[in-house]
Design a protein around this ligand. Structure first.
Ligand SMILES: Cc1cc2nc3c(=O)[nH]c(=O)nc-3n(C[C@H](O)[C@H](O)[C@H](O)COP(=O)(O)O)c2cc1C
Length: 177
C-alpha cells in the first residue's frame, strides 16, 4: 500500500508550523517527503525536516538522488500532496501551470489528491488575482484548508492565517485512509 505523503513548504512565516504537521504525519506512520521552495529556506532549515523525516528534504529539481527528476520520482506512488503554507506565488504557479520551480512542477506531475493551506496577509488573500487563482485550482479539483481569520505576522488580525497543523491533518484524513 502507498504510504508516502509529500509536504511542500513555500516561503511564508507560517512555515515554522509545518514542522509540527510533518512530525504528526511521521508519527502516524507515513513516509514524508518534504519539498522546500527557495523562499521556504529563508524561514525554515533543511536539518529540521531531515531529522523529523529521516530523509533530506528536496530543494532542487536536479537533486542527484533522483536521476529521473525529483518532480517525477516524488510524484510516483504518492498518497497525498500537502502544501503548507501555500504562498500567493505557489498558488499562482499551480493555477497557471507555470512549472517554474520544483514544487509547481511536482504539482503538475501529481496524480494523487492535492491539499493547499494558504497563508498570507489579508490584502493579499483578498486580492482578486489571488481569489481567481484559488477558484481556478478549486475548479481543477484541488482541495483547500483555511486560511483562518486571526493574528497575522504583519501584526494585524484578519483573514489569511494558515490553519493550525491539527486542522490541516484533519482535512487530510479523507485522503490518508
Ligand atoms: C517576512 C516575510 C514573510 C512573508 N510571508 C508571506 C506569506 O505569508 N504568504 C505569501 O504568500 N508570501 C509571503 N512572503 C512573500 C514570499 O516569500 C515571496 O512571494 C516568495 O517569492 C514566495 O516564493 P515561494 O512561493 O516560491 O516560496 C513573505 C515574505 C517575507 C519577507
Amino acid at each position: 500500500m502507498n504510504q508516502r505523503v509529500v509536504v511542500g513548504i513555500s516561503g511564508g512565516i507560517a512555515a515554522y508550523k509545518s514542522a509540527i504537521l510533518v512530525s504528526k504525519l511521521v508519527q502516524r506512520g507515513f513516509s514524508v517527503s518534504v519539498v522546500l521552495t527557495v523562499g521556504a529556506e529563508h524561514f525554515v532549515g533543511p536539518a529540521t525536516f531531515a531529522a523529523l523525516c529521516n530523509q533530506q528534504p528536496v530543494t532542487n529539481i536536479f537533486d542527484s538522488r533522483f536521476p529521473l527528476g525529483a518532480h517525477i520520482e516524488l510524484a510516483a506512488d504518492c498518497k497525498l500532496m500537502i502544501v503548507a503554507p501555500a504562498t500567493a506565488h505557489i498558488i499562482a504557479s499551480c493555477a497557471l501551470g507555470t512549472s517554474d520551480c520544483l514544487l509547481s512542477t511536482l504539482y503538475l506531475n501529481m496524480e494523487c489528491p492535492v491539499l493547499l493551506a494558504p497563508a498570507m496577509s489579508t490584502p493579499m488573500w483578498d486580492k482578486p488575482a489571488v481569489q481567481r487563482n484559488v477558484q481556478q485550482l478549486r475548479d481543477d479539483g484541488v482541495h483547500f484548508v483555511g486560511p483562518e481569520s486571526g493574528w497575522l505576522s504583519c501584526r494585524k488580525i484578519g483573514a489569511g492565517r494558515m490553519s493550525e497543523p491539527e486542522a490541516i491533518l484533519a482535512a487530510s484524513e479523507p485522503f490518508l485512509l
